[in-house]
Design a protein. Structure first.
Length: 134
């Protein structure tokens, strides 16, 4: 990950390569009257992600919020063990505001949209945090 400064905008590109593997054992679910057996299995996923953070700073303003956008494109180049039609390409976009790095208060709030370009998955999440250094 590196940073490119272009006037009032800062760009931080990111490339991630990941491999996920999950093993689930068989288990039984019961409501007290009847039981259902859930079959376990292995799932695997290989993913390449291209992302970046774009930040826009307000010139000559101290402790002002910084607007940011984080687009991300995911390519799932390997998958095994998924029962549903797992799509190979999807994306996300996070938009938000954060404090300038010179501020004593450190905070960020954002809204993220997941599953862009996917026909069977979509999600929205909100994130916020605030801290103060002494």
């Amino acid at each position: 990950q590196g940073t490119i400064n272009m006037g009032n905008m800062k760009v931080s590109p990111l490339v991630e390569l990941g491999y996920f593997r999950e093993n689930q054992q068989d288990y039984t679910v019961s409501d007290g009257v009847s039981q259902a057996i859930v079959t376990g299995g292995d799932t695997e996923l290989g993913r390449l992600s291209l992302a970046g953070t774009f930040e826009w700073h307000i010139p000559n303003a101290l402790e002002m919020p910084v607007f940011f956008a984080r687009p991300q494109a995911n390519w799932n180049f390997y998958s095994q063990g998924f029962d549903s039609g797992f799509e190979n390409f999807s994306g996300s976009l996070e938009l938000g505001l954060k404090t300038d790095s010179s501020s004593a208060w450190i905070g960020e709030m954002s809204l993220r949209f997941d599953g862009l370009g996917s026909s069977d998955f979509e999600g929205v999440s909100a994130r916020a945090y605030l801290s103060r250094e002494f």
